[in-house]
Design a protein around this ligand. Sequence first.
Ligand SMILES: O=P(O)(O)O[C@H]1O[C@H](CO)[C@@H](O)[C@H]1O
Ligand SMILES: O=c1cc[nH]c(=O)[nH]1
Length: 235
Amino acid sequence: MATPHIDAEPGDFAPAVLMPGDPRRAQRIAEQLLDRPRLVTDVRGMLGFTGQVDGRPLSVMGSGMGQPSISIYATELFRVFGVERIIRVGTCGGIADGVEVGSTVVALGAHTDSAMNQQRIPGINFSAVASFGLARAAVEAAGPGDRVHVGTVVSRDHFYFTPAGQSEALAAYGVLGVEMETAALYAVAAEFHREALTVLTVSDHLFDHSSDMTAQERETTFQTSLRLAVAAALS
Ligand SMILES: O=P(O)(O)O[C@H]1O[C@H](CO)[C@@H](O)[C@H]1O
Ligand SMILES: O=c1cc[nH]c(=O)[nH]1
């Protein structure tokens, strides 16, 4: 049964879905990773594929940018398509000292400036946290040569506007990076009693732009993050 945003049937998606923001990255991951990838939805150009990894079913689908967009897709995947776990594989800007461009961030939790989660539990600041089992599986998949940081990120609504002093204050609290979806993804997973994790590749650093990735590198450089995300998805 199609939903407003996913033109597929129950059974078209695997229990685990890798979810990059960019639908072209979803296609690239599907072609690189999956045996016999099959396009299962393309509504609004938001491509979704299902195939197999080592004989086990796995799906890959774009989320779009921002918390409203990923909330729509995550809700429909959990509610209608029987999806059990979503692992976001995205990019982030480094914030804390020592979070190098090209390294990987496993997001245990996500701060946010968005109002979306404020509406969930009256009077409460919702804590957006990863599924422990998925986070553990991702971290355990890291090898000695991998540069992996584990901690909190911030999911901001604005890409281009930042209140004065906010990034410096986040750095002072050890926040690893900034992206735009994780706080909402973790809340939708909690709403449906399912699992979620975000694994990010650092594409730039807010306080040192000397090594920032190009747009093409942001689309293609994600091998360590992808390996950790697949380990979590199939754990
Ligand atoms: O690379 P993705 O997964 O899209 O993630 C980051 O990049 C986009 C902004 O350019 C936002 O979606 C942000 O969260
Ligand atoms: O600086 C950045 C990089 C990636 N994604 C973001 O939201 N911000």
